[in-house]
Design a protein around this ligand. Structure first.
Ligand code: 8DG
Length: 355
């Protein structure tokens, strides 16, 4: 269990009310459903969390944990989600027949640093079954792909090695030690601090430890197929560039890219861009408005990307996301705060100087 986890401190402002709209994202893993909390979860949550073994690892909870605080906290989660301040979920076991709540997890957003703090706990009778890892991995992937954050943080009490290894298995990196007040323990306690960014998280298919295993030594140059992709920096009259965030389910989900796509066999790069921008954004550009600007040549693990980048200042229509992407008009000063694919990184300073 992560120290800075759920539920919040008793003095947290809450909007207690009866019954909650069951709205908000619902995520699934192989075994569990992660869904927004309901007022009817209170009894199960209180029973599981009001346990010294659980509470001592959660920084913000008193012990014993009063039932009334559970109700207030559940009510507050809906408001926090609506305001985009935090996203809380119940971990529901789908295999158990009638709904069985195993624990909770959530992410609190720190807008100023574009980061989200991950917290979770699992009821004692469900420990050692991989519940926290499976749920936290899903939430971490979802958050980095869908929320306005570029990194995740988490803290674990130093006497909670099981939780630290959950984070490592997901792909979190340890970045230091600190101290946190733990209400139930009546004072400060040392914590390990963790962080994960795009690219750190292991995919569900990757066996734990993949990233730290030394790659096999391959003699000679690695041969990869070259993929041709045309991309375009659309620049508006205020000098802002349009970036599109790759949606969940695609490779590099959550990273921001220049609109564009693969060049088909019978296409020129310009033809591909005219087609892609119509399909992806619903805008019409003319080939004559595409100014070649720079190119990326980058070795990804499974292919080599060759990507000409064009600049375009004139088009017809208003860009609208047609393929599940999120769009953002970004000033040149803000470009650095958007995580982009590795291939794009050398292009950003060139574009910033140009704008
Ligand atoms: N459009 C675009 N693609 C980029 C950028 N940087 C970068 O590495 N890429 C990569 C991501 C993809 O592997 C490939 C783009 O191809 P795509 O958009 O047609 O492919 P995709 O993975 O989204 O989807 P699919 O067509 O393969 O289903 O190039 C960029 O700035 N813009």
């Amino acid at each position: 269990m992560v120290a800075d986890s759920l539920p919040p401190a008793p003095d947290t402002v809450t909007d207690a009310h009866d019954g909650l709209p069951d709205s908000g994202p619902v995520l699934t893993t192989a075994r569990f459903t992660l869904r927004p909390l309901r007022s009817t979860d209170a009894e199960a949550i209180h029973r599981l969390v009001n346990d010294w073994g659980v509470v001592r690892m959660l920084s913000r909870l008193p012990f014993p944990y009063p039932r009334q605080l559970t109700d207030e906290w559940i009510a507050s989660t809906a408001t926090q989600m609506q305001d985009g301040r935090a996203w809380h979920f119940a971990i529901i076991d789908r295999e158990s027949g009638p709904e069985r709540l195993l624990g909770c997890l959530g992410i609190r957003i720190e807008a100023a640093t574009r980061s989200g703090d991950l917290g979770y706990w699992v009821g004692r009778s469900f420990w050692n079954g991989g519940v926290a890892g499976e749920a936290a991995r899903r939430l971490a992937h979802w958050a980095l792909a869908n929320l306005e954050i570029e990194r995740l943080t988490a803290q674990v009490a130093t006497d909670n090695p099981a939780s630290a290894s959950v984070l490592r298995r997901i792909g979190f990196r340890e970045i230091g030690v600190g101290k946190q007040p733990f209400l139930a323990r009546g004072g400060e306690h040392p914590v390990l601090m963790f962080e994960a960014r795009h690219g750190d998280l292991f995919s569900p298919a990757e066996p734990a430890g993949t990233a730290i295993t030394a790659p096999p030594v391959v003699p000679g140059p690695v041969r990869r197929r070259t993929v041709l992709v045309a991309a375009c920096a659309l620049v508006d009259s205020n000098g802002r560039v349009l970036l599109a965030r790759r949606p969940e389910g695609k490779a590099m989900a959550g990273l921001w890219e220049f609109p564009g796509g693969k060049i088909e066999a019978d296409e020129t790069p310009e033809m591909a861009l005219v087609r892609e921008l119509r399909e992806e954004l619903g805008i019409d550009i003319s080939e004559a408005c595409l100014a070649p600007f720079a190119f990326a040549s980058h070795a990804y693990e499974d292919f080599h990307l060759l990507m000409p980048l064009y600049v375009c200042r004139r088009w017809k229509g208003m860009p609208v996301a047609h393929e599940g992407q999120t769009l953002a008009w970004v000033t040149s000063e803000a470009l650095d705060s958007y995580s982009m694919p590795d291939a794009d990184k050398p292009l950003v300073p060139l574009l910033r100087d140009f704008l």
